[in-house]
Each structure stands twice: as C-alpha cells, then as structure tokens.
Write a protein that binds this ligand. Structure first.
Ligand SMILES: N[C@@H]1[C@@H](O)[C@H](O)[C@@H](COP(=O)(O)O)O[C@@H]1O
Length: 253
C-alpha cells in the first residue's frame, strides 16, 4: 500500500520522469484514458510531451483525457479557464482529437447535473488509467480542499482563501479569481488505476512532509492517496527539503 517516492534533482528532471511514465502508458495502451491536471507544476510535463510528439511521433490519436477541475463561470475562451490552459499548453501540440479531451463545463446552467454527467463520462470511458496530480500548499488535490470527505464524487467546491491567493498570480487581481470550481472528488481520483503526484519547490515542502508522515485524514486531502495501491510521488529536492535525507529513498510510510 506504500506510496512510491522518486526524488529528482530539479523541476526539469521531475517533468521528464513524469512525461516518461505517460509516454510509456500511451505506447502500451494507445487508447489510454489520461487524467490531467493544471497549474504551474505540470507545465514542464506538457512541454516534454509536446517535444516528444514532435521529435519521436508518439501518437495520441486514440487517447482520451479527462481533466480534474474547472473554475465555475469561466468558459473555454477565457484565458484563465482550465479548458483554455489545456488547449494552449498541451492539446494543440499533440495529434489528439479535441472532442476526445474532457474538462468539466464551468458554464453549465445546472452545475450539479454537470458533476453527475462528468462522473458518468469517466465510467463510460472505462475509468482513468493514469491520473496526474499536483498538490496545493494546503494539501489539496484537484480542488478538494481540507475537510472534503474521501467518499466525494465530482462536486462543486467553494475555494479556500489560500487556494484563491495561490492562484491569483494568473489573474489581474485576487478579486478576479473565481470563488467556486467543479472538481473530481477524492473518490473519483482514487478510482484511477494509477496515480502520479508531482511536487516542486519549497512552497510545497510542508504539504509533502505532512503527506509522507502517513497520517490519513481529510484535513490533508492528499493523504487519501495512502488508500490507493499504485501511487508514485515525483518530487524535487526543494519539495522534499523538510524530509530527512535517509527517509527520501524508496517507499514512503
Ligand atoms: N486546481 C489546481 C490543482 O489541480 C493543482 O494541482 C494545484 C497546484 O498548483 P500549482 O502546480 O500551480 O502549484 O492547485 C490548483 O489549485
């Protein structure tokens, strides 16, 4: 049940290791269902996937993708929407048909129905083969904030002040950061067959240290990953800076 921990020298190596895992998955299963994340951490992975596609021709023609989350109120043309981010940073650089890429619809008139539709969609696709995750400074995964029950399906969430502040750097001002989002729930994430969580930089060190302590609690949403049989954490030195060196190799508790 242990989480597998892979320490990398820096952000670049972290991104390459994660991209290698995804590329291998797509080669072994050309119609794989990839669960994707947004944020700064995963940008390097997407650059690596785009470069590999250009240079080596790895094909995504039969791949399907589902994204973790989307801001409520932002549509595909809004430069801060996660749909826009995914098109811009990844999908337009691959040969994946856009209609096989899925992001929750932040403009849906009935948000609860949109959440149910998203759950059905993931089931109809046959479930997620490989889910990529970042981690919030408060330990959130997707937009599952502290206190979210581990049994939660895709749902609408009110964003924590810390999350809005952390993401404000992408917006003109803090006031422009949406207050709500749709996110896959923790139960949705845990149904993925395999999970890869990335962490880079000192601002993630505390969340990673708490995660590796091994206490499973809704106060730290990422700790739900201890309940999953196949999780790899790829973290750079800075993100592991609060973990004693001798504990950094191999399996986490
Ligand atoms: N909803 C996203 C998460 O999916 C992401 O993993 C996390 C970390 O973001 P970053 O990689 O920019 O630090 O925060 C955001 O709020």
């Amino acid at each position: 049940m242990a989480l597998k921990l892979l320490e990398t020298a820096d952000y670049t190596e972290m991104s390459r290791r994660a991209a290698d895992i995804i590329i291998k998955e797509v080669k072994e299963k050309p119609n794989a269902v990839l669960g994707l994340a947004t944020g700064s951490t995963v940008l390097g992975v997407y650059r690596e996937l785009a470069a590999d596609h250009r240079q080596h021709g790895t094909s995504y023609r039969h791949v399907r993708t589902v994204n973790l989350d989307e801001y409520v109120g932002l549509g595909p043309d809004h430069p801060n929407s996660y749909r826009y981010y995914m098109n811009h940073h990844l999908f337009t650089h691959l040969d994946i048909p856009l209609h096989e890429t899925h992001v929750p619809d932040g403009l849906a008139a009935d948000l609860d129905e949109e959440c149910r539709r998203y759950e059905r969609l993931i089931d109809e696709l046959g479930g997620i083969d490989l889910q990529l995750l970042g981690i919030g400074r408060n330990g959130h995964i997707g937009f599952n904030e502290p206190g979210t029950p581990f049994s939660s399906p895709t749902h609408v969430v009110k964003l924590a002040p810390l999350t809005r502040e952390a993401n404000a750097r992408f917006f003109p001002s803090l006031d422009d950061v949406p207050r709500y989002a749709i996110t896959m729930g923790i139960a949705t994430i845990l149904r993925s067959r395999r999970i890869v969580l990335l962490a880079s930089g000192e601002e993630k060190a505390e969340a990673i240290a708490r995660l590796l302590e091994g206490v499973v609690t809704p106060d730290l949403p990422a700790s739900a990953l201890h309940l999953h049989p196949d999780v790899t954490i790829i973290a750079d030195c800075e993100a592991l800076s609060l973990i004693p060196k001798e504990k950094r190799k191999g399996d986490a508790p």
